[in-house]
Ligand binder design. Sequence first.
Ligand code: F0G
Length: 446
Amino acid sequence: MTTTPSFEQHCIEPACRSRYDLTEPIYVCPRCAGLLDITWTHAPPHDNYTLRALWRARTTSQAARDRSGVWRFRELLPFARDVSIVSLNEGNTPLYDATRCAAYCQIDSLQLKHQGANPTGSFKDTGMTVAVTQARVLGARLVACASTGNTAASLAAYAARANIACAIMVPTGQVSHAKLAQALDYGAKVLEIDGNFDSCMREIRELSEDGLIYLVNSINPFRIEGQKTVAFELAEQLGWNVPDHLVVPGGNLGNSSAFGKGFRELFALGLIKRMPRISVVQAVGAAPFASYFSEFIQRPDEATFVDEPHPHTLASAIKIGAPVSWPKAFRAVYETGGQVLTVSEQEIADAKAIIGSDGIGCEPASATTVAGIKKLSSAGEIRADETVVAVLTGHLLKDTDYVNKYHTNSLVDDDGQAIVDRYGNPPLRISGGRDQLRDVLARLAM
Ligand code: F0G
């Protein structure tokens, strides 16, 4: 398979800027260890009007590469036209109006881009379809990742579709049952390691250096290429406008990096007129990026990124202390005038229940967004009349243990602190027969 000559891999470090062919299976710059971006050497050979019409027309096609919400934007993806894609019809996710969430955040309106509506229930699928397609292009025999659960579930599914062996490394006892169940069912070899996500990540990165595995964590720039298409889809859903604010949860920081890249490309092509402010929200116990950002704002010359050695949060998806993509995420936030902030375990749990009460729901990590928007709005950083989109990254059913505990007032955080069920909705045990039932139903109908 030949790759299109108009794309290349490119070190993001200003002092290096080395360039590499797309077929080189590298994850960071071999010269300086900087992160890699995939960039185009010349823009796609279409005018913007044609591109918009082409992308829109594909939504009514039956062809697999058109039905995918990632591959329908293929003019901006680094592959040959005839590449054999690995797809599960990912993308094309809904953008919901959430009135209860808006009221909770004291703003006029709030839209939720629900990436939990992807085939394996998280945003990872939009990146994985591209990374596993590249694995196929390179002839990889084994794909692998470290994961807090969603990357594992997604990779397991796409590797199965591609018929490529798959190994995933997870921290023992720290991944939700639902995510683990997905990976097992899709046939991945699950390797449970003592330690946390960061130790799994370190281990697998070192193991990837001799070429035994093809690593598909978000340090792999092909993952970011897939995830950037969510920015395209969102802009399209908003009539080729952007919101004033886009708010994303932050863990390993691939997703925020991808949104930055996606919107930057649309802006460079003239498909949008301005950039949204991209803000990242972290759980307070796993917030090395927020610490760095606030230090940078105060003392830009002295700020250094310090990993969090003991990350902790009940939002297990973002329990990460050494995020690999932070320089790209920093670029996305800083260039767009966004913020990086933290929210408490209680704030996450309450925001999650409010998102549920809108009939939408999400997993705990995703709810950092609404909790963060409430904080930004109270601080006057978001005005009531501004347009705001929160990205929900995972499906409600990814972590039902958390949900049931919250609604039955038995959720306790990692420090032993009880989470109060402020918006709890516990089940009601009916022991008084038909009379009690009628009574309860009559009150509900009032
Ligand atoms: N939300 C969910 C539901 C996630 O699963 C993750 C990351 C994030 C947010 C954070 O996104 O890493 O791009 O900043 N989950 C990874 C995993 C780490 O292994 O599934 P990020």
